[in-house]
Ligand binder design. Structure first.
Ligand code: HEM
Length: 196
């Protein structure tokens, strides 16, 4: 994530606030994912996808149960499953349940921001994967147009000022989603059938 001002005020832009609040968590996650898999070889890339699937499946279940329609990012676990199948890799076991306790103001918004915002990073990773894999590796997940379209709509919403209660809830949810991904990356396992 590009550097942003520390402690950006959510009364100016919720997005800037969320980015500053989670910048350290994002950097930690980026490093953990590079260590757990990266995407330098075909088997690294398969591990990367398996990790993404394991982490996203319980988050998508939470969204299905708690997020209002406009704040539910399109599910991506099906796209990841398709990419894994194209690489002849088995689906990993999903990560444990994701929960935020009692759902409150800002929770769905913060969760949606992390998942949709990750499409920005995915776009950069997709370019590298296309180069390294010579255009032969499947990229249904990294190149997901539905998530980019959702991000464009959400962007308007998060670039507006937010009230304190909503901002606090969104921040707590965003931190929890990053922590959930980090736990998966730190416990990542090699999927069966991965070959370089
Ligand atoms: C695998 C390693 C990752 C890399 C290399 C990476 C890279 C990036 C990059 C380059 C950006 C900035 C893009 C831009 O401003 O145009 C970004 C933003 C972001 N990424 Fe990641 N990312 C990674 C993993 C993740 C994961 C797993 C998540 C969460 C599930 C995530 C969530 C976000 C969010 C929320 C943003 C900010 C959206 C905003 O600007 O409002 N990233 N990432």
């Amino acid at each position: 994530m590009a550097p942003v001002m520390d402690n950006a005020d959510p009364r100016e832009s919720l997005r800037a606030h969320l980015r500053s609040a989670t910048m350290a968590a994002h950097d930690l996650l980026d490093h953990a994912m590079q260590a757990a898999s990266g995407w330098q070889t075909r088997s690294d890339y398969a591990r990367f996808l398996a990790l993404q699937h394991a982490a996203r499946a319980p988050l998508e279940a939470w969204i299905g149960a708690h997020a209002p329609r406009g704040l539910a990012p399109p599910p991506q676990s099906g796209l990841i499953a398709r990419d894994l199948a194209a690489l002849d890799c088995a689906l990993p076991a999903p990560a444990p349940l994701f929960t935020l306790g009692r759902t409150g103001a800002g929770h769905a918004l913060g969760t949606a921001w992390v998942l949709a915002g990750s499409a920005l990073g995915n776009r950069a990773i997709a370019k590298q994967v296309a180069r390294i894999g010579g255009g032969t590796w499947p990229v249904a997940f990294l190149d997901d147009g539905a998530m980019m379209a959702f991000w464009q709509g959400l962007r308007e919403r998060v670039e507006r000022p937010a009230g304190i209660e909503e901002a606090e809830g969104a921040t707590r949810a965003a931190e929890a989603v990053f922590a959930h991904f980090l736990a998966v990356a730190e416990g990542a396992q090699v999927p069966e059938g991965a070959a370089s």
